[in-house]
Design a protein around this ligand. Structure first.
Ligand code: HEC
Length: 150
């Protein structure tokens, strides 16, 4: 009986030591990427507003911010990092080759926006901003659930 109790205690300790940090780490990375994505959303909104007021400096800054964010995206989706608070779909890891190419496409679209803003290219900007939004949407379409699960 003593041995059994000891075994259980050791087992439980191991379970807590090995499994709990894994669960916390997953939750942590989910929160980090949701925060990053909220930042992208705020940047995109600011760009649209700045387009109306022809505030080229803001457009350029926010587009560059999105570009920098895109460098971090793939690292924030470690295999299987999902939960009932996450809208990440399993397709992310089933089609990682495709998923992992999207951030670079968005970065390219964001750089195009920044360049057009720098050149104060009124004629080109609306289409470039639209293309940026579509590049974000191309990833969401296949890899983000409509609503939070659960
Ligand atoms: C590589 C794929 C990918 C790209 C590129 C991408 N997103 Fe996302 N985005 C996701 C996924 C997946 C989620 C859901 C994350 C989660 O809940 O764990 C998400 C979530 C979001 C959210 C909701 C955040 C929250 O939790 O409230 C916003 C807003 C968002 N993205 C905006 C953007 C914008 C704007 C861009 C482009 C500038 C962009 N995203 C580019 C995959 C992507």
């Amino acid at each position: 009986m003593m041995h059994r109790g000891l075994f259980q205690a050791v087992f439980l300790t191991l379970a807590v030591v090995l499994i709990a940090p894994h669960a916390f780490a997953q939750q942590d990375v989910i929160e980090k990427r949701q925060k990053l994505m909220k930042g992208n959303g705020a940047d995109a909104k600011a760009i649209k507003g700045a387009l109306e007021s022809k505030d080229y400096a803001t457009i350029e800054t926010k587009a560059k911010d999105i570009g920098n964010n895109m460098d971090k995206v793939n690292d924030l989706f470690p295999k299987g990092s999902t939960s009932d608070k996450s809208r990440a779909l399993p397709a992310i890891w089933e089609k990682w080759d495709d998923f992992s190419k999207h951030p670079a496409k968005v970065k390219k679209a964001a750089n195009d926006v920044a360049d057009a803003a720098k050149a104060k290219d009124d004629a080109a900007l609306p289409a470039k901003v639209k293309a940026l939004g579509e590049a974000c949407g191309a990833c969401h379409k296949n890899y983000r659930a409509e609503e939070k699960k659960g």
